[in-house]
Write a protein that binds this ligand. Structure first.
Ligand SMILES: [Zn+2]
Length: 173
């Protein structure tokens, strides 16, 4: 867990020229779009950014994010702590018109006056990396499901018509 906060506005292009590394923590409460999807604002977000130029003189930023966040379990609606890890490389561009020239492996990062808000880059990464649904995989919530399925299984299977038998029937008719 990092203690220093991630600087938000930096001269990203200049940092890429000298191959700088930037890292720091981001508070969940600073990322309002992400926070709206979470159960609480507990947890942490660490970001490691590597800024550099590639052999084609593109300005790149590799963003690795490691976070622990609290979302609601979609089964019992109680809070559940999840880990999210993302790793992407973005290419700094000056405007949308440059987007077409990027290879598919690179995501665009549009700069304004040579800079962009790193926290919002981290937020985008987390929004993409967040699982669509989360469930407890142990504890009372998970035990309940196990009980339900083992109890329901035998009868349920027998009462379901076999789809192949139905097809067979149709053929015979
Ligand atoms: Zn649950």
């Amino acid at each position: 867990m990092l203690t220093e906060p991630l600087p938000s506005k930096l001269e990203l292009r200049k940092l890429a020229l000298r191959g700088a590394d930037v890292e720091g923590a981001v508070a969940v409460t600073d990322l309002s779009r992400l926070q709206s999807l979470l159960a609480t604002s507990e947890g942490y977000i660490d970001a490691h950014c590597k800024l550099y130029r590639d052999e084609e003189d593109r300005y790149l930023i590799s963003v690795a994010v490691k976070a622990e966040l609290v979302v609601s379990c979609q089964r019992c609606l109680e809070p559940i702590r999840i880990s999210v890890v993302t790793d992407s490389t973005l290419c700094m561009i000056a405007g949308e018109e440059q987007m077409g020239s990027l290879p598919e492996s690179l995501e665009p990062l549009i700069l304004e006056d040579g800079t962009a808000d790193l926290r919002s880059v981290v937020e985008d990464e987390l929004l993409l990396g967040l699982p669509i649904v989360s469930y407890h995989d142990s504890g009372p919530c998970a035990d309940l499901v196990e009980k339900y399925y083992t109890a329901a299984e035998p009868d349920e299977l027998e009462s379901q018509p076999n789809p192949f038998a139905v097809l067979e029937q149709l053929k015979n008719d």
